[in-house]
Design a protein around this ligand. Structure first.
Ligand code: UDP
Ligand code: MG
Length: 160
C-alpha cells in the first residue's frame, strides 16, 4: 500500500449535468483526500498536452473538442493506492458497460441514449489518471506546487 496522489477531473459533460458534487462525494466517502481543486476551461493546446497519449487515435480531435467545450473541475486526490482506487470508483470507459456502483455505471448511461455511441466521444463524466507516470504528469500539468495542500482528514486520527 502506498500513499499516492492522482489526478481526477469532472469533465465538461459532468459539470453541465450538475454532477460536480455527486462525483466529488464518491471520492470523499471512500476516504480519499482532495489536496487540490479548481475549475478551469482548457484550451486546445492544453487539451493536446493532457491527452497526448491519444494523439494518434481517430477520436483525438473530437476528444479535444469535448474537453474544451466547457469548464472542468480539476482535483488532486491523495490516499492509499489512490490511482487504482479512483479508477475503480470511476469505472470502465463506456457508461453503457460500466458496472453499477461506479460513477460511470450509475450516472454515465443516459437511458436509451448510449453514453458511448460509435463514432462519438463517450460522455463519461470524469477523468482519472491510469498509472503513476500519468498521475505525476497530469498533476504537474494542471496544478502549480503551491496549489497542492497538506492537511489531515478527521478520520486519519481515528484509526487505532
Ligand atoms: N474515448 C472515446 N471513445 C473511445 C475511447 C475513448 O470516446 O473509443 C474518450 C472517452 O471520453 C475517454 C477518453 O476518450 O474517457 C480517454 O480515453 P481512455 O482510453 O484514456 O479512457 P479512460 O481512461 O477515460 O477510461
Ligand atoms: Mg485514460
Amino acid at each position: 500500500m502506498a500513499i499516492e496522489k492522482t489526478f481526477v477531473a469532472v469533465k465538461p459533460d459532468g459539470v453541465r449535468r450538475g454532477l460536480i458534487g455527486e462525483i466529488i462525494k464518491r471520492f470523499e466517502q471512500r476516504g480519499l483526500k482532495i489536496v487540490g481543486m479548481k475549475m478551469l476551461w482548457a484550451d486546445e493546446e492544453f487539451a493536446s498536452e493532457h491527452y497526448f497519449e491519444h494523439k494518434e487515435k481517430p477520436f483525438f480531435g473530437r476528444l479535444k473538442e469535448h474537453i474544451t467545450s466547457g469548464p472542468v473541475v480539476a482535483m488532486a486526490v491523495e490516499g492509499a493506492d489512490s490511482i487504482s482506487v479512483t479508477r475503480k470508483i470511476v469505472g470502465p470507459t463506456g457508461g453503457d458497460v460500466a458496472p453499477l456502483g461506479t460513477i460511470r455505471g450509475d450516472l454515465g448511461h443516459m437511458g436509451i441514449k448510449h453514453a458511448c455511441e460509435k463514432g462519438k466521444i463517450c460522455l463519461n463524466l470524469v477523468h482519472a489518471s491510469d498509472c503513476k507516470e500519468n498521475a505525476e504528469r497530469e498533476i504537474k500539468l494542471w496544478f502549480k506546487p503551491e496549489e497542492l495542500h497538506t492537511y489531515k482528514r478527521a478520520d486519519e486520527d481515528e484509526v487505532m
